[in-house]
Design a protein around this ligand. Structure first.
Ligand SMILES: *Cc1c(COP(=O)(O)O)cnc(C)c1O
Length: 425
């Protein structure tokens, strides 16, 4: 393609981008390239406005903030669940916003893990984000069992990817639950969720998905997929802000189950304030609520989810795929000669929202990037993750970032940084 590797191509693509103007609703800095939206999405004016509104409701009403505002804060998590549901195409009753991803794994495993002599294993991969595994091991121990006996780990063939055949083979009679990430946090692989879910269901295995790295950038169709449960954080591609409470999806066929971690906010709203000592589940995903919600932490999510619903995740996915493809092509053209490799899958069907650039000097190059006003995300020992988030990253940003990396390599700018590791990486 003519000019493909020139700035003019990037500028032209930005002109044709239907959602380009959404950038202006985010707090982007003029001289900075934000490539870390897969770890902490940026703040938008929309998110700020809903946070300020909820804050003003507290100011105005005191305790009556629970019931007086248009969106009663007592039911706020249900309202956010309604806004969240279209993003994974689930029923509103199946989605709630609650606590953290880790806690939601605890409550989901606590709900569904009913080990018997014959069926007692939880099937996982070995390259998922570690907190998922910690929660699973902990739930197994709480049953008085040993994770060494009860966790069945399928090792990745190459340390980067999950191969669905390996999991299908591993779904044996003794497996009670399978729990996997939708997109791998390092390699950015989008896992074959349909196939794995289908086989799990055929074999009577409970299936749960961790959508942390896909929700808000990869469309999901849970009405079609029908998994048993899913968890996801809301501060990555959903831009809910640091520590914004997580999402929990519970398939409606399980509404009658007892939540793994019960609490009074999971009680039916009609009788919650009867304060009886017998728990009556809300009979929707809200039944998995525990204590009083973190309302102020949730509030930015309202603005953020409404913004995403304006366009739908399909459009975001389209642009995301084009941005990551453009980035990879620029890497091939300009950076491979300096020893970079692309660690994520190249095919659209199995690629998530970020590019995983591998280099033996990744840590120091990452430092040089920061000095050049690029905000990357380093994963020890050799991966720089770059997430061109479609809501606020432009084609020209992608062009500039690759040009900056090229400059860093030509001038060996990374050599002045230490090889010592920081804490948050
Ligand atoms: C980001 C992420 C988490 C985060 O868990 P928190 O409890 O929200 O801190 C968990 N699992 C995966 C796969 C993630 O990518």
């Amino acid at each position: 393609m003519k000019d493909y590797f020139e700035r003019s191509y990037a500028q032209e693509s930005d002109k044709n981008d239907k959602i380009y103007e959404y950038r202006e609703r985010f707090y982007l800095k003029d001289d900075e390239y934000y490539m870390d939206g897969n770890s902490c999405g940026l703040c938008s004016k929309d998110a700020e406005e809903t946070l300020e509104r909820v804050l003003s409701e507290w100011k105005k009403y005191g305790i009556d903030c629970w019931t007086k505002p248009e969106h009663q804060l007592f039911l706020y998590q249900d309202y956010l669940g309604e806004l969240m549901a279209p993003i994974i195409n689930a029923k509103a009753s199946e989605v709630t916003i609650h606590s953290s991803t880790t806690i939601n794994i605890h409550t989901a495993i606590g709900t569904f893990y009913k080990p018997t002599k014959e069926k007692f294993k939880i099937l996982v991969d070995d390259i998922n984000f570690p907190t998922d595994r910690y929660a699973i091991d902990s739930q197994i121990r709480l049953k008085g069992l040993n994770p060494e006996d009860c966790v069945k780990v399928v090792e990745s063939r190459d340390g980067k990817m999950i191969f669905e055949e390996d999991f299908i083979e591993a779904m044996t009679e003794d497996v009670a639950i399978i729990f996997l990430p939708s997109v791998l946090y390092r390699s950015g692989q989008l896992v074959g969720m349909e196939k794995i879910t289908k086989v799990a269901k055929e074999r009577g295995i409970i299936i749960g998905w961790d959508l942390c790295h896909s929700v808000g950038v990869v469309p999901h169709d849970f009405n079609a997929l029908q998994p048993d449960f899913a968890v996801f954080c809301t501060y990555k591609y959903l831009n809910g802000g640091p520590g914004s409470p997580a999402g929990l999806y519970i398939n409606e066929k399980h509404f009658n189950k007892e939540p793994g971690l019960a609490g009074w906010h999971g009680n039916k709203k009609e009788t919650q304030f009867d304060l009886k000592h017998t728990f009556e589940s809300a009979n929707n995903a809200g039944g998995w609520q525990t204590g009083t919600q973190h309302v102020l932490s949730m509030a930015p999510l309202e603005g953020s989810l409404k913004m995403i619903n304006e366009m739908g995740v399909g459009i975001l996915r389209e642009k995301s795929l084009m941005l990551t493809k453009y980035m990879m092509d620029l890497v091939d053209e300009k950076l491979v000669k300096y020893g970079f490799e692309i660690g994520n899958p190249r095919e659209d069907e199995i690629r998530g929202g970020h590019v995983a650039l591998e280099h033996e000097e990744a840590m120091r190059i990452n430092e040089a990037l920061k000095a050049n006003k690029v905000i990357p995300d380093f994963r020890f020992p050799n991966v720089i993750r770059l997430a061109p988030v479609p809501l606020y990253v432009s084609y020209e940003d992608v062009y500039d970032v690759i040009e900056i990396i090229e400059k860093i390599m030509i001038n060996k700018e990374y050599e002045k940084y230490s090889k010592k590791r920081g804490i948050v990486a």
